[in-house]
Design a protein around this ligand. Structure first.
Ligand SMILES: Nc1nc2c(ncn2[C@@H]2O[C@H](COP(=O)(O)OP(=O)(O)OP(=O)(O)O)[C@@H](O)[C@H]2O)c(=O)[nH]1
Ligand SMILES: O=C([O-])CC(=O)C(=O)O
Ligand SMILES: [Mn+2]
Length: 638
């Protein structure tokens, strides 16, 4: 963290005409130069290292947006979409090798190796800094360096969390305006209080040295996404994509914030936030943690199919949960945009996301382009357009050369829309409340074709933490690597916990112990993805998930019972509202039921996973494992 009073402000900045200017570089500077000494000193230090051609201080204005669009179009990075279809929107294709987060190149550089834990890549901070200083040396040559002040969460929050991203990517500067509260407002707030901020340094890693010709999507084969949790700093090199480059998102709001949260007694989580109103007007607030590409954005914008229930969106990816004066957990969404998976988003699955992107002001990356300057992706419509340009820029038709389906998808499976959250038609008014909302239920989930029932409630907070700790999912295209491989993903945070996973689980227990059980959210575990023998989804999902939310609400109010099972407390078939659903009773039982044979396979996997977390694992987790094994034996004896 850089504080307001820099160690070498006097030499780094100079006051002329009551205006601070850069003195360590004689570069052309555009935008208002910040009066915050810490920012200025850091910008000068980075400029001296990376040697850009110019510096631009971002204010987040519409004029600046238009300028960045012009820059991106002129560079061939983006094309403007047809304003009648997608007003004020851009289409971008990345390098085919820069399409997702790179977990094997993501590092937690804690001072103590032991603070990193078995689930993260570690390197000593000094060693990583030495490598990165070498990579960043001159890496912005020929490019403009953008200085992007931002705030994660509300600028008027009790303890606003500021950041400044320095990037040589205009795509990143533009996207940060959508994804965060960025520009003049957070900068003025930082200046007024000389606030500390997280310095977040990013470069695509392709300097335009003599003879180098720029490409539409510059990047570097060698990538580093490095976090320095002790000093609260981020250095990212070589990738321009998503969570690798929009540093306010996963890098700050999850990895660095999880460390802040540990130290300050709150939780930084990979969760959507949803407000649910029952037909009788009872309001529930729910947070849900699913791994990347497992349904957060969809659930955050659900259109309930059951009559009388209303859902409103507060967040779709990240939630910060803080204990309130009333002892309850209050959640805010630190972001201001959606960075949503495009494929599978359509009129039937997520009409609210469709309305949000149609309102424009969006950046679409690695989807397909229609001849009339609109975008398309698999799942947007049932029938694909006759002619498209695919995400690699090639002509594409819905039929392959042999007349059958084409072998490749038109849109990359991790293609994304980047859209202001304010365009979501069902946005809750409380989205913009710095206090957030009090949470009634926490839901964990994952993508499992078997074993995990549709919904289960935990018996206690510790059991809920155990459910979260042993959560698992089949991998998706949101990260590089193979897809469909089963892995444990504690609280859907495996790639995002900025410290030792065992300490993280202890912290969850501590947050629970700090308040009384009746104030704590109830914890549930869901799985929308259970399949039958033919590979068919047993549960229709999407809007029909409101039926599960209704059961959760009724459990919170103590209006329905449950069946105890080793997998947790399960609904009685008659308590799950499936009226109007074409769901055979056998399918219902299969999707909500506990399967002893599947759990017999699961138990050793859970045991192996917990053992891999090392000796710091809280004893409560061992106790819960023992209770699970015992309950399974009892179940068989029945
Ligand atoms: N079968 C089924 N698929 C779903 C359901 N909800 C979401 N999906 C699919 O899951 C994929 C990802 O959904 P998202 O809602 O974008 O996932 P996310 O968790 O927000 O992903 P990130 O933004 O990467 O964190 C899409 O292809 C959806 O169509 C559901 O209830 N059932
Ligand atoms: O971070 C990204 O690139 C996209 C995202 O939301 C995720 O992977 O969960
Ligand atoms: Mn999402």
């Amino acid at each position: 963290m850089v504080d307001g009073k820099p160690s070498r402000a006097p030499e780094g900045v100079e006051v002329t005409d009551a205006k601070l200017t850069h003195v360590r570089t004689d570069l052309p500077v555009s935008g208002r130069v910040p009066t915050h000494p810490g920012i200025l000193a850091w910008v000068d230090e980075v400029a001296a290292l990376t040697r850009p051609e110019a510096i631009h201080h971002c204010d987040g204005s519409d004029e600046e947006w238009d300028h960045l669009v012009d820059v991106l179009v002129a560079a061939g990075t983006a094309v403007r979409l047809n304003p009648e279809r997608k007003p004020n929107s851009l289409y971008v294709r990345t390098d085919p090798d820069d399409v997702a987060r790179v977990e094997d190149r993501t590092f937690i550089c804690s001072v103590a190796e032991d603070d990193c834990g078995p689930t993260n890549n570690w390197m000593a901070p000094a060693q990583m800094k030495a490598i990165l200083r070498d990579r960043f040396d001159g890496c912005m040559r020929g490019r403009t360096m953008y200085v992007v002040p931002f705030c994660m969460g509300h600028v008027e929050a009790a303890d606003p969390k500021f950041g400044v991203e320095i990037t040589d990517s205009p795509y990143v500067a533009l996207s940060m305006r959508i994804m965060t509260r960025m520009g003049a407002e957070p900068l003025e707030a930082m200046e007024a209080s000389r606030a500390a901020f997280v310095p977040a340094l990013h470069s695509v890693g392709m300097p335009l040295t003599e003879g180098v010709v720029d490409v539409p999507w510059p990047c570097n084969d060698e990538k580093y996404i490095a976090h320095f949790p002790d000093e609260r700093a981020i250095w990212s090199f070589g990738s321009g994509y998503g969570g690798n480059s929009l540093l306010g998102k996963k890098c700050y709001a999850l990895r660095i914030a999880s460390v802040m949260a540990r130290d300050e007694g709150w939780l930084a989580e990979h969760m959507l936030i949803l407000r649910l109103t029952s037909p009788k007007g009872r309001v529930f607030h729910v947070c849900a943690a699913f791994p990347s590409a497992c349904g957060k954005t969809n659930l955050a914008m659900i259109n309930p199919t059951i009559p009388g229930w209303k859902a409103e969106t507060l967040g779709d990816d990240i939630a910060w949960l803080r204990p309130g004066d009333d002892g309850r957990l209050w959640a805010v969404n630190p972001e201001s945009g959606l960075f949503g998976v495009a494929p599978g988003t359509g009129e039937t699955t997520n009409p609210n996301a469709m309305r949000a992107v149609e309102a424009g002001n969006s950046v679409f990356t690695n989807v397909a382009l229609t001849p009339d300057g609109d975008v398309w992706w698999e799942g947007m419509t049932d029938v694909a357009p006759e002619r498209l340009t695919d995400w690699k820029g090639r002509a594409w038709t819905p039929r392959g050369p042999d007349g059958g389906r084409p072998s490749e998808k038109a849109a990359h499976p991790n293609s994304r829309f980047c859209t202001p959250i304010t365009q979501v038609p069902i946005l809750a008014a409380a989205y913009d409340d710095p206090r957030g909302v009090p949470i009634d239920a926490i839901i964990f989930g994952g993508r499992r074709e078997n074993t995990i029932p549709l919904v289960a409630q935990s018996r206690s907070w510790a059991h809920g933490v155990f459910m979260g700790a042993t959560c698992s999912s089949e991998t998706t295209a949101a990260s590089t690597g193979s897809v469909g491989v089963l892995r444990r993903d504690p609280m859907a945070m495996l790639p995002f916990i900025g410290y030792h996973v065992a300490d993280y689980l202890q912290h969850w227990l501590d947050v629970g112990n700090a308040t009384t059980a009746d104030k704590l959210p109830k914890i549930f575990y869901v799985n929308w993805f259970r399949r039958d023998g033919d590979g068919r989804f047993l549960w229709p999902g999407f809007g029909e998930n409101s039926r599960v939310l209704k059961w959760i609400a009724e459990r919170i109010d103590g209006r329905v019972g449950a069946v105890d099972s080793p997998a947790g407390q399960l609904p009685l078939p008659e308590d799950l509202d499936v009226s109007g659903l074409d769901l055979p009773a056998t399918d219902l039982e299969a999707v909500i039921g506990y399967s002893p044979s599947e759990w017999a396979d699961e138990l050793p996997r859970v045991r192996r996973w917990l053992r891999s977390l090392g000796s710091r694992l809280p004893t409560e987790m061992h106790d819960e494992l023992w209770l699970l094994a015992e309950a399974m034996v009892r179940e068989v004896a029945h």
